[in-house]
Every structure is written in structure tokens, then in C-alpha cells.
Design a binder for this molecule. Sequence first.
Ligand SMILES: O=P(O)(O)O[C@@H]1[C@@H](OP(=O)(O)O)[C@H](OP(=O)(O)O)[C@H](O)[C@H](OP(=O)(O)O)[C@H]1OP(=O)(O)O
Ligand SMILES: Nc1ncnc2c1ncn2[C@@H]1O[C@H](COP(=O)(O)OP(=O)(O)OP(=O)(O)O)[C@@H](O)[C@H]1O
Length: 398
Amino acid sequence: MPLLDVTLTSPNDWKYISEGGATIVFSYCGPPDERFDERVLRLKKQTIDVGGLEGDETFQTEIIPRLVPRKHLVEMEAVTLSTSWLEALSALSTSLRPTWRTDYIDCASPSGFLAPNLTSSLITVEIKPKWSFLGPGMHTCRFCMHSSIRGWTTSYCPLDLFSQNPTRMKDALYHLYNSQTEGTATQNNFRIFIQGERAAPAQVTSTLQRLGMLQPEAMSQDRETRELVVETLHASLVQPESLSLLQTLNRLQRTLDDGGIENLASLWDQVHLKQKPFGEGNVQPSLDEWSSFVKEYLKLQDTPASSEVEAVEARLRYHILSYLLSTTFKDCSIMIMLDSLQHKSSTTPSRIFLIDLDPKPIERLSKWLKQDRNIANEYAALASQSKKECVDDWSSEK
Ligand SMILES: O=P(O)(O)O[C@@H]1[C@@H](OP(=O)(O)O)[C@H](OP(=O)(O)O)[C@H](O)[C@H](OP(=O)(O)O)[C@H]1OP(=O)(O)O
Ligand SMILES: Nc1ncnc2c1ncn2[C@@H]1O[C@H](COP(=O)(O)OP(=O)(O)OP(=O)(O)O)[C@@H](O)[C@H]1O
């Protein structure tokens, strides 16, 4: 079937929502059209070759659903675009983008996807939780070390959010909420959207007042807004379905990472007799290779001794793919559509999704090794009183 042609719409029909390092996202705001209403256009800022456009889509539709329940994933539809259309859209969005995002939409190789707009409910919260576990032999988690050396003052620790302990989870949510005002402009772990637009805490307050959910004359309105949003969010995240999704994400991150990048680098040196720089010459896995990998990984999770991966070279490739896939899950976001806020009922289940599940480029392996060494070394050099002890009480039985 031919792909839907987005150039049938005007670039003016698309409103900038948000972006990350690799992707920029627009929502449809043109004349009613069932093909585009309530949908977003997701465009790449850089091209990762996993088998072309179809490969990118198939990774999300064939590989990821074998690891994450489909009900928490968004369906993506590849669409047709053109260079001139994208150039026009790019020009329209320039002034709306954060100044520190200096990269551009990839207009030369136009490709994109339509997906449901997850910010279309009254309030949607986006959390980018980052690494859920403590690395081997570490006392401080990777996020807390990284934040500290970046000069972020946030008290958020992902291990609290993933703990499955309601009190620790609530702490994590308050710290995430506060990071909007305490963090630096580049801190990206918590975002609030009101009816499709990113909103600062003051805008959330005025919307809640307009809707009669917050008294206009309340003395400490921002504090009350925070209470309302965090408590509703917390009630959503302690629902069994949300806890189970957090548990799945935690398990995927830690089992796919499996020993850390230092272990992977040692295995690499063992195979290449220290003659080849870490990561050099690796090719991006094909979809068939991803598929075989996931089959082997799932088998190993069920019966750890069942691996058929014997030869050390094959074992190395298995661990490379495993680490590569772990980086996707370490960098994805959770979107929570807070419908319950509107009904003032804290037990109404909210809709919760994982987004940003694209494959990462395999050429980044050496970057990740350098970066993790750098984070650990810089953190180790800090005065001992400024070091954190993060609590990882993972139990797969929870
Ligand atoms: O390395 P990290 O942990 O800093 O993660 C990068 C993210 O930085 P963060 O720490 O969340 O501010 C970074 O996020 P920002 O651009 O800082 O918002 C990207 O998500 C990057 O991946 P990609 O370029 O989008 O594929 C992420 O890079 P990868 O590690 O996934 O390659
Ligand atoms: N289906 C969607 N509905 C609404 N907003 C979305 C949707 N998908 C993505 N977004 C918004 O667009 C932003 C960028 O998308 P995405 O996270 O996929 O990009 P990325 O460049 O891979 O991000 P990062 O650099 O953080 O890894 C998200 O952080 C989110 O705010």
C-alpha cells in the first residue's frame, strides 16, 4: 500500500511540540482530517541505518513488542515527505525550539512517522527516568553521578522511581517536579503538557484555576499545583499496570546491560587480543539479527543455562547487541496521560506509554565506554561528603 503523503497538508498545519537529541515532534492542527487528527509527526534529526525507513518502523513493530506489552506502545505509520516541505516546516519551527538545540531536521533524506498524539489529554506528564540500577560495585547510580558532574542540583534518583516502594516513588516524583524550576535548561527528565503544549508550572496553575480544580485566591498556588499533579501522578504510577511497566523497564535495562560496558570492553579485548580499538568495525544489526538476538535473550531469561551461544566471537556479538538494546531502554521516556486529574478521582487508571524506542547507532559503543569512564572518574574525584548512596533493592519477584 502506498505511504500516506504528508505533503498534502501545509507545513503550517503542524505545531512544534517537543524534541530530543535525535527526533523532533509536531502535532497536527490543520483542518479536520481523520488521517491526521490527534496525531503527531515524528521526524529524525539524524539518520540511523537499521535497514532504511521500513527497517526503522519494523524495529518498533516487530522487535520491541516482544519485550514490552503492546498496550504500552504507540503504533507508528511511515509517511511520505519531501525536502522542500520539510525545509518550510523547519523554518517555521526555528523560533519555537530551545536555543541550545542547534541541530536541524534531516531534510535531505526525508522520512518520518505518524503516531498518536499522547499529549492530547488535559494533562500529560513525560518522565525520562534514565538508568534504573546500580552498576557493578558502585554506590551511586549513573544518573546521580552524571547529574552531579554536570552541576545539576536535582535530588531525583531513578532508583527511587523504580523501587516499587510507594514512599520512595513519591519522593522521586516530587524531586522530578521540582527539577523543572531547580534544574538547568538542559535537564530533560520531567515535562508537563497541557492539551498538547508544553507548560511551565505557572501555566499549569492557571489552567487548574480556570478549570476550578484550584482556588484562584489560594496563597501558595504553586505548592498546591505541585501537590495535585504529583499526588495524581503517584496514584497512577502505583496502579498494578504502571508498576508492572516500570518493573519491565527496570528488568530490561539491567539484564540487557548485564555487567556493564567495562565487561563488554574486556570481552572485546579477549576476542581481538587487544589489537583492535573497542567497537571498531561493528555493523548495525539487521532486523533478522535483532530477531534472533531477542529469541536467544528471552530463552536465557527463562532458563539461564540454556544458551546456545558458545563460540567467544558469537558471544561477543550477542553481548554487543544486548548492550546496544539496553541503551534504547535507558534513554526512553514514559508518557502518562492524566485523565484522572479531570475527574478528581485518584484511582481512575491513567494511560501509560513508553516512547522513544528507536535503535541506537552501534558506532556509539566507544563513546559510551569513554563517557562512563569519565563520569565514574570525575565523580570519584569529588569530596566524599558530596557523594550519594543510592539504594538498589531490585527483586524480580516484586
Ligand atoms: O548518554 P546520556 O545518558 O547523557 O544520554 C543522552 C541524552 O542525554 P541526557 O543524559 O538524557 O541529558 C540525550 O538527551 P538530550 O539531548 O540531552 O535531551 C539524548 O537522548 C542522547 O540520545 P540521542 O542522541 O537522542 O540518541 C542520549 O545519548 P545515548 O547515551 O543514548 O547515546
Ligand atoms: N507520540 C507522541 N505524542 C506526543 N509527544 C511525543 C510523542 N512522541 C514524542 N513526543 C515528544 O517529542 C519528544 C522527542 O521525541 P523522542 O523522545 O522520541 O526523541 P529523541 O530525540 O529520541 O529523545 P531523546 O534525545 O530524549 O532520547 C519527546 O520527548 C516527547 O516530548
